[in-house]
Design a protein around this ligand. Structure first.
Ligand SMILES: NC(=O)c1ccc[n+]([C@@H]2O[C@H](COP(=O)([O-])OP(=O)(O)OC[C@H]3O[C@@H](n4cnc5c(N)ncnc54)[C@H](O)[C@@H]3O)[C@@H](O)[C@H]2O)c1
Length: 276
């Protein structure tokens, strides 16, 4: 893929102050985009902006709580004020802190505040960003919108009920936006992310769970933030101009195989053959 494929473009990355969003912001900027790094935590966004500027890129930090429509409106107008246009929106932010995860369990035990927060930040927040960004994209002939989703949004699992429902909502939202504004030049895609080892995953996820997840990925390793950021930069760019309305797995094959694959692999290993 070519370098500096985003020269002249302006990108918003929500939740850009940490984790995958931070890496996406760095990648978009390295490809030439001017980037608004948007996060509820200003210090994180500012440190990502400082890194981008130190590398010769252009970026601005904007503190925004995506659950507030007024703050989203103010954020979008601050970006337009700073850079004059918006070409790319990466809806990356999600409520994923330990307190949120602790409250987001199976349906009978899900904490209602955790359900509401997942919906408000992950799904409603992305919708608000689309609602207030799209009119600016339409003025300049279009743009690219990307949604960070997860295998949880596609497949049933034993916990993170609210997170899963919010991620499924984003897949629908990505397709709605693609259908509604495609003819006016807006592309909209979701990426379905596998397990990516970043700062919080390193700290918060036990080794046993990481190994269990690695067994279900078809790649030798779990994902890295750069592997996600590369796809986001591609989807942001005109190199992906015929891709829209898609939910693209960027998950090391996690959602591609039979549920019986891992026990089957272990069975065959015990038998010393894969003859059925
Ligand atoms: N890391 C993974 O393995 C993985 C797997 C599948 C999907 N994803 C998705 O990728 C995205 C990034 O995940 P991550 O692991 O980097 O998470 P992270 O927790 O490291 O980053 C999320 C960011 O969102 C911000 N945020 C939270 N609430 C906000 C609000 N109300 N307003 C504005 N910003 C807010 C946080 O401050 C944080 O900077 C998420 O959408 C997540 O669901 C990640």
């Amino acid at each position: 893929m070519s370098e500096r494929k985003l020269d002249g473009k302006v990108a918003i990355v929500t939740g850009g102050g940490a984790g995958l969003g931070a890496e996406c912001a760095r990648s978009l900027a390295a490809h030439g985009a001017r980037v608004a790094v948007v996060d509820i935590h200003l210090a994180g966004a500012q440190s990502v902006v400082a890194e981008i500027q130190a590398a010769g890129g252009e970026a601005v930090a904007i503190q925004t709580d995506l659950t507030s429509e007024a703050e989203v409106v103010a954020m979008v107008s601050a970006v337009v004020q700073a850079y004059g246009q918006i070409d790319v929106l990466h809806n990356n932010a999600a409520a994923l802190d330990p307190a949120q995860r602790a409250g987001d369990r199976d349906v009978c035990n899900v904490d209602i505040a955790a359900w509401d927060r997942a919906m408000n930040v992950n799904a409603r927040g992305a919708m608000l960003c689309c609602k207030h960004t799209i009119p600016y994209m339409l003025k300049t002939g279009g743009g690219s919108i990307i949604f960070a989703t997860s295998g949880f949004g596609l497949l049933g699992d034993v916990t993170l009920t609210a997170y899963a429902a919010s991620k499924a909502a984003l897949m629908a939202l990505a397709r709605s936006v693609a259908a509604q504004y495609g003819k006016q030049g807006i592309r909209s895609n979701a990426i379905m992310i596998g397990f990516v080892v970043n700062e919080h995953a390193q700290k918060g996820v036990p080794e046993e769970i990481k190994q269990l997840l690695l067994d279900q990925h078809l790649t030798p390793q779990l994902g890295s933030p750069r592997q996600i950021a590369d796809v986001v930069s591609f989807l942001a760019s005109d190199e992906s101009s015929f891709i829209t309305g898609a939910v693209i797995p960027v998950d090391g094959g996690f959602t591609s195989h039979s549920p019986s694959m891992v026990p089957m692999r272990e069975f065959f290993a015990r038998m010393g053959s894969n003859k059925l």
